[in-house]
Design a protein. Structure first.
Length: 171
């Protein structure tokens, strides 16, 4: 099993990537998305924004929300140090233990546990803090992993990384 990870800079880019993955036949149960829950940020400090800006933000969130509909499971997580996140797909289960346990190392620790090298895990955690969208796709074969990487690179995703999960031997 291979896991391919990347950061999308904005919702619109994430939506394009997810659409292409879906059209390429990847199952919603193999795709994970993690992004900060910006809806929680609407408060009096932001009231100086123009109404148009506010509606564009809400629209992008709704678009991403609609796209997440085909993914397996969607939920909100609160990761210590990052605050509220929206997670969809297998990553939700992988990280929900973190939200509950308040694990030291936060999100990066959870990603490292999923087989992501520490440097990339910290990069992804930082990116999420900046409002970027983390996308992870499971691939059964190296050919699928290459196809995913090609889609991500075509869409100019950042920090594309692949990790492979070796079948663990039972003791």
């Amino acid at each position: 099993m291979y896991h391919v990870f990347c950061l999308a800079n904005e919702d619109a880019q994430a939506v394009r990537i997810l659409d292409r993955l879906q059209r390429s036949g990847f199952s919603g149960s193999d795709v994970s998305v993690l992004h900060s829950d910006r809806r929680g940020d609407i408060n009096t400090e932001n009231s100086t924004k123009t109404p148009e800006g506010a509606s564009i933000g809400a629209g992008a969130g709704a678009v991403l929300g609609g796209t997440l509909g085909w993914l397996a499971g969607i939920g909100a997580l609160a990761i210590p140090g990052l605050g509220p996140l929206i997670a969809a797909g297998p990553i939700l289960g992988a990280l929900s233990g973190l939200a509950v346990g308040g694990t030291a190392g936060g999100l990066a620790g959870g990603l490292i546990g999923m087989g992501i090298p520490e440097y990339e895990a910290q990069q992804y955690e930082h990116g999420l803090g900046e409002g970027k969208v983390l996308i992870s796709v499971n691939a059964a074969t190296s050919e699928q992993a290459s196809q995913i990487r090609e889609i991500l690179s075509d869409e100019h995703a950042e920090a594309i990384s692949t990790s492979s999960e070796m079948a663990s031997s039972h003791h």
